[in-house]
Design a protein around this ligand. Structure first.
Ligand SMILES: Cc1cc2nc3c(=O)[nH]c(=O)nc-3n(C[C@H](O)[C@H](O)[C@H](O)COP(=O)(O)OP(=O)(O)OC[C@H]3O[C@@H](n4cnc5c(N)ncnc54)[C@H](O)[C@@H]3O)c2cc1C
Length: 443
């Protein structure tokens, strides 16, 4: 989370600096309408800047994973940028509208047109001037669409499936906003870095929007496979799905995840790869029935069915700086650790690892498999049954692993559990860099 916080702040600072270098807000004498235009420019730069980066992140760019700390974090950043885009575009709209209303009501005098920023009277300038009315109208309607679509994305009561379908419409709305911005960006912005920089960002965003509209995101990272085995654990409602890939798979690190499509109408869902890669085309997932789609899988999937696997993604790869590791898997969050156990079971490692598997619904044969793997991998496993055993909080963890200071923590499980554990461990002196958390919630 630290990486995406830094990235988020950096984006806002860079966009603000760009605006400051291009806009004469501080070099001119105060006049209400001059300040208003500068603030419309500022909110325009921030709004389009964050929306363009959000569009680029929607492409699932793997090269940015090192910056954000993984695709799960990239999506969190995408969400924050979307919220920022919404808030800023509301402010942009208010600055555009309210002063006009105030003039209409006779509260303030209309602006005196000074011709500032008119720039050279080139043909392209004339062309842009002629399109201003259309660009303003397009921008206004696109703004209303952004308010509706981003609100839908944020209201979790709106089912994920429908959110996902409506979310794609944002790509079309974004393209209209690019038109609005290119026409209305002040001509003098092209004389310094702000204009070209914004153009580059919008080009990136436009590519993102088009790729997303044509459903080509991640197309080079997809492999088709066939379900080879299915095993259902009824008590904890976990379905283990083994897939034999027919296409080339680039391999994956333990702890990474993939987007898996079993049904084209449903689309892809993210699941951690619960097997280590042995270069034999076999890949496994463990899926817990928690919602309207995953609940149906035990009844609908059959061996021989085709599946499309896109990935791998993520940076939850157990590459910590400390000599020891503490792993905490809550519920289905145990999946990355199962993959890691498989890998360590075949390796000669001397790292001290403490693994905690916290579950509300202990399933004997499921736990036995993890026990056996942990033994082979030389990992100290402790199973904690929620509601029966004492809760695993920061105090208990420090008691159970007295030398926790020389360990980094890898957490995958319910968000609230992770947040409170992280907060309390940091209060005890754990470095934020030593707490690694996979974000299971993309919305
Ligand atoms: C990086 C990552 C790794 C994951 N690994 C596993 C795993 O190994 N095993 C497992 O059982 N679950 C895993 N999940 C969670 C899993 O993706 C959801 O439980 C599943 O998609 C729920 O779908 P649903 O339609 O049944 O539930 P719903 O009730 O529709 O959705 C429940 C929540 O799941 C998320 N979700 C639903 N559909 C999607 C989608 N298409 N794309 C992204 N998120 C979605 C949303 O946050 C939603 O609020 C992982 C999630 C992430 C982000």
């Amino acid at each position: 989370m630290k990486k995406i916080k830094i990235t988020y702040v950096t984006i806002l600072v860079v966009l603000t600096l760009l605006w400051l270098t291009a806009d004469p807000v501080f070099s001119q004498s105060y006049a209400f309408f001059a300040v208003r235009s500068s603030l419309i420019n500022y909110t325009g730069i921030i709004g389009m800047g964050v929306m363009s980066i959000a569009m680029i992140l929607a492409l699932r760019p793997v090269f940015l994973e090192a910056v954000t700390g993984g695709l799960d974090k990239s999506y969190r950043l995408h969400k924050w940028l979307g919220i920022t885009g919404l808030v800023i575009s509301i402010i942009h709209w208010l600055w555009a509208k309210v002063p006009k209303w105030m003039v209409g009501w006779g509260w303030i005098a209309p602006p005196v047109r000074s011709g500032k920023g008119a720039g050279p009277k080139s043909e392209i300038f004339q062309l842009f001037q002629e399109q201003r009315g259309l660009a303003e109208t397009v921008g206004e309607w696109a703004f209303y669409a952004v308010v509706i679509l981003v609100s839908i994305a944020l209201i979790k009561k709106f089912p994920y499936k429908h959110f996902f379908q409506t979310h794609r419409l944002l790509a079309i709305v974004y393209l209209f906003l690019v038109f609005h911005s290119v026409i209305l960006i002040p001509f003098y912005y092209w004389d310094n870095a702000a204009g070209p920089f914004m153009l580059l960002l919008m080009l990136g965003g436009t590519v993102g929007a088009i790729v997303s509209l044509f459903r080509k995101v991640g197309v080079h990272r997809k492999a088709i496979g066939e379900i080879s085995t299915l095993e259902y654990f009824t008590d904890n409602r976990v379905l283990k799905i083994d897939i034999k890939l027919k296409d080339q798979w680039r391999g994956h690190q333990t702890g990474q995840f993939a987007f898996v499509t079993f049904d084209k109408n449903e689309g892809a869902h993210p699941f951690t790869i619960s097997s280590s890669w042995k270069n034999d085309g076999n890949i496994s997932f463990m899926v817990k029935g928690i919602g309207d789609y995953t609940n149906t899988l035990p009844d609908t999937l059959k061996t021989g069915d085709l599946a499309c696997v896109e990935g791998p993604y993520g940076q939850f790869m157990f590459k910590g700086k400390q000599p020891k590791q503490i792993w905490i898997g809550g519920g289905i969050g145990v999946t990355p650790f199962i993959a890691r156990l498989q890998k360590l079971a075949t390796e000669n490692h001397d790292r001290e690892i403490h693994m905690f598997y916290s579950t509300r619904s202990p399933q004997e044969d499921f736990i036995k498999k993890i026990h056996d793997l942990a033994q082979k991998a030389r990992v100290k496993l402790q199973v904690i049954v929620s509601g029966k055993d004492p809760q695993l909080d920061a105090n208990r963890l420090c008691d159970l692993v007295p030398d926790w200071q020389s360990a980094d923590i890898w957490f995958c499980g319910p968000a609230g559990f992770g947040t409170s554990l992280r907060k309390n461990m940091l209060a005890k002196g754990l470095s934020p860099d030593d707490f690694h958390q996979e974000l299971f919630d993309m919305r």
